[in-house]
Ligand binder design. Structure first.
Ligand code: JFT
Length: 263
C-alpha cells in the first residue's frame, strides 16, 4: 500500500518510522511519502492561509497550494486511490472504515490546520477521485495531523503481514463482524506474576478449563461494555445474547429490551 500525506508539519509524521508501522514500512508492506504543502506555495513567505470570507476568527487554508499539491501527488495515483480529509465535521472513522482503507492500494491524507481548508479544494478533488471527509472523534484537535496518524495506525495494523499474530486482530474490541466477542469491548488481561502486590489473577484463568475461561472472558466483556459503552450493548442483536449474557447484563443494571425485569 502507498500512503501520501500532505501537511505543513512533515515532522509530525516521524512516528510512522517507529514500532509496527516503521517495521511494515521497512518490509515494504506500506510506503509512506510525506509532502510539505509549502512546496506548492510560491510567494516569498510561502503563505498557505488567508482571512475567512464572511469574517470570524482565525485563518483558512488558501486553495491554490492545495490544488497544486493534490495534482502533483495524485498525478501518479494508483487506480482506486482515495483522498482522506480529516475534519471535525466528517463522518466518524470506525473499525469497518479502517478495514476498507486497508484494502486500498493508495491513500492520500490531506492534513489541514487553522480553521480548515477552503471548501472548494474538496469539491474540486471530488471531480477526479473518491474523497472522504472523516473525523476520528467528538473532540477538538488543532489540525488534521494527529487524526491522520490515528487512522494510519488503525489501517496499518490490518495490512496483511503486519500483525505478528494475525489471529489477534479478530479478537480485539470492535474486531471483526464475526466471532463470539463481536461488538463488545475487551475485558481485562493478565500476565505473570500470579500474585502482584497481593492481587491475584482470577483463578478461572489458571484452571485450564477453556470453556469456563471463554465464558468468564465474555462475562467481563459484557460488564465492561455495559458500564462504559451502553450504546454498543444496545446494538447487539437480541439473538446474539444467550441466557447467561442476559443474566450478566441484568446484574450489571443494564435494561434489556423485551425482558420482564419484574423479578
Ligand atoms: C481539526 C479534527 C478532527 C478530525 C482537521 C483542520 C483544522 C482545527 C479546527 C478545530 C475546530 C474547528 C478546525 C482541524 C480536525 C477531530 C481535523 C482540522 N482543524 N475547525 N478535530 N477533531 N476529531 N479528524 Cl484542517
Amino acid at each position: 500500500m502507498r500512503i501520501d500525506i500532505i501537511t505543513i508539519f512533515p515532522e509530525y509524521f516521524r512516528p510512522l518510522h517507529v514500532s509496527l508501522l516503521g517495521k511494515a514500512a521497512g518490509r515494504g508492506i506500506v510506503e509512506f511519502a510525506v509532502h510539505d504543502l509549502r512546496t506548492w506555495a510560491h510567494d516569498t513567505h510561502r503563505t498557505v492561509d488567508d482571512a475567512p470570507f464572511g469574517g470570524g476568527p482565525g485563518m483558512v487554508m488558501t486553495p491554490a497550494p492545495w490544488g497544486e499539491a493534490l495534482h502533483a501527488v495524485t498525478s501518479t495515483a494508483l487506480p482506486g486511490a482515495r483522498l482522506v480529509v480529516p475534519t471535525p465535521s466528517g463522518i466518524p472513522f470506525r473499525q469497518e472504515m479502517a478495514a476498507t482503507y486497508a484494502a486500498c492500494d493508495h491513500l492520500v491524507f490531506a492534513c489541514g490546520r487553522y480553521e480548515g481548508i477552503d471548501a472548494r479544494v474538496i469539491e474540486d478533488a471530488r471531480t477526479s477521485m473518491v474523497v472522504d471527509e472523516v473525523s476520528v472523534g467528538d473532540y477538538v484537535l488543532s489540525g488534521g495531523e494527529p487524526a491522520a496518524l490515528v487512522m494510519i495506525d488503525a489501517i496499518g495494523r490490518l495490512l496483511p503481514g503486519v500483525l505478528g499474530n494475525v489471529a489477534s486482530a479478530a479478537d480485539d474490541s470492535f474486531g471483526g463482524g464475526a466471532g463470539p466477542m463481536a461488538g463488545l469491548l475487551e475485558g481485562p488481561v493478565y500476565t505473570r506474576p500470579r500474585v502482584w502486590r497481593g492481587r491475584e489473577v482470577p483463578g478461572v484463568l489458571l484452571s485450564g478449563d477453556h470453556a469456563a475461561i471463554a465464558r468468564w472472558q465474555r462475562d467481563e466483556a459484557l460488564r465492561r461494555t455495559a458500564a462504559y459503552r451502553p450504546d454498543l450493548v444496545a446494538k447487539i442483536a437480541a439473538d446474539a445474547l444467550d441466557a447467561r449474557d442476559r443474566e450478566v447484563l441484568s446484574r450489571a443494571g443494564f435494561p434489556l429490551r423485551g425482558e420482564d425485569m419484574a423479578h
